[in-house]
Ligand binder design. Structure first.
Ligand SMILES: [Zn+2]
Ligand SMILES: [Zn+2]
Length: 432
């Protein structure tokens, strides 16, 4: 395999506390040297002047829809969307058709990713059979075949006894449960966040307690069982307060937030005149909630930024608001949106954003990635902070275009993506 020297880039590697101008030398897919003025002969040299050089981003929450809904996304298209978004690893949710709840399902994802994927794909298996919330899967067997975590995402495990057993079982392997917290009785029929905006718009609301009641329950169960709970897509202040308290008590809990919950609110639904690409679960919340999410990111209460990339076709989304499905895509917009709305205005530091998208998810999932340490696999993302552009559906590699950020003016972009030492994406072009 070729050697590659990335010269004069601004290396930001939170795992090693690096934030300075350095060269990165890669050989045989491994990082061999990181330092000032590296003098090595390389087959290829990449001038990274003016670019950030960061560990390959990891998205621990994405839906690539294959098998079953290849009209929305496939592993082929979804991993290309990931590469274009700077993600060198994606963890894929099991709510496909069929549900990934067996050895065969895990093998299918692994094989398909090896054949058709361009980034690393890690399968997440379902907690319960067919995500019915009734019978727990064979966790040990699924882990042996490659499952890195368990989730019934899209649906909560409403039965507390089942959740207790699932946490006891996963605790034996020290693997986390990725927890979609939504009390279905409270959220039933709801379209957007319950509050002033839902009243004005005449849409049935989803109260914030639909999320926080299950967050509270699962914190209790994590403490009781010793299992690890990772709260997916946290969206409200009450949930943040519960997670903060649990962390102070050393309960084994981690949490993630999405770029859309960090940057949009329920007002976006009104201002966009019911754009169905703002319809998502959990719903976009109030400005007060959004501020508490940002503070939680800064304080460490939230560990990870994950996209919850959830593709739907135009036919599905081109409906009245009440009938469109929930979900939006995020792999290709995460970096520019976070830079434009949070990093550039000085709300969060760039290095914090990178930490939450690299070493932090890697530690939770025990992935041997997320750093630029010597000896690590050479997954690297290059980011240009100055480029001004407008997000457009035409540029998406995803099969779907259900993004509320289409038309948004942004500053900052993914410049290039390197997976295992191989440059696979550069300035808008997929090289594989
Ligand atoms: Zn979910
Ligand atoms: Zn999801």
């Amino acid at each position: 395999m070729k050697s590659l020297l990335i010269k004069n880039g601004h290396v930001v590697d939170p795992a090693n506390g690096r934030d300075e101008l350095l060269d990165v030398y890669i050989r045989n897919g491994i990082i061999k040297e990181v330092g000032k003025r590296v003098r090595r002969k390389a087959d290829e040299t990449l001038d990274a002047r003016g670019l950030y050089v960061v560990p390959g981003l990891i998205d621990m929450h994405a839906h690539l829809r294959e098998p079953g809904r290849e009209d929305e996304e496939t592993i082929t298209s979804g991993t290309r969307a990931a590469a274009a978004g700077g993600f060198t690893s994606v963890c894929v949710m099991p709510n496909t058709t069929p549900v990934i709840d067996s050895q065969t399902g895990i093998k299918y994802i692994v094989t398909c990713a090896q054949t058709n994927g361009v980034v690393n794909v890690y399968p997440i298996a379902a907690i319960t059979k067919n995500r019915q919330g009734e019978e727990i899967n064979e966790f040990g067997d699924l882990i042996t075949h490659g499952a890195i975590a368990f989730s019934d995402d899209g649906r909560p495990v409403m039965n507390s006894e089942i959740m207790r057993r699932a946490l006891e079982y996963t605790a034996m392997f020290d693997v986390p449960i990725l927890d979609h917290c939504e009390d279905l009785n409270l959220s039933e029929g709801g379209m957007i966040n319950e509050g002033y905006t839902s009243t004005i718009l005449g849409l049935k609301g989803i109260p914030s307690s639909a999320e926080s009641t299950l967050v509270g329950r699962d914190i209790e169960l994590a403490e009781f069982t010793g299992g690890r709970v990772h709260i997916c897509h946290v969206s409200t202040r009450p949930s943040i307060e519960l997670i903060q308290l649990a962390k102070h008590q050393d309960i084994r809990i981690t949490a993630e937030v999405t770029p859309h919950h960090l940057t949009l609110t329920d007002e976006t639904v009104r201002l966009s005149s019911f754009n169905t690409n703002t319809k998502v679960k959990p719903p976009l919340c109030s400005e007060m909630d959004r501020q508490s999410l940002i503070n939680a990111l800064l304080s460490g209460t939230i560990d990870v930024i994950a996209t919850d990339h959830a593709p739907h076709t135009n036919i599905e989304k081109d409906k009245v608001y009440t009938e469109a499905p929930f979900g939006l895509i995020g792999l290709e917009t995460a970096v520019p949106v976070l830079l434009t709305d949070l990093v550039n205005p000085g709300i969060i530091p760039f290095s914090l954003m990178i930490e939450k998208m690299t070493i932090s998810p890697a530690r939770i999932l025990k992935l041997d990635r997320g750093t630029l340490s010597v000896g690590a696999v050479a997954d690297v993302t290059l980011i240009t902070p100055k480029k001004r552009w407008v997000i457009s559906a035409k540029r998406f590699f995803s099969k779907s275009a259900n993004s509320p950020f289409i038309g948004k003016r942004v500053k900052g972009a993914v410049h290039g993506t390197i997976v295992g030492g191989r440059l696979i994406y550069l300035q808008g072009k997929m090289l594989v």
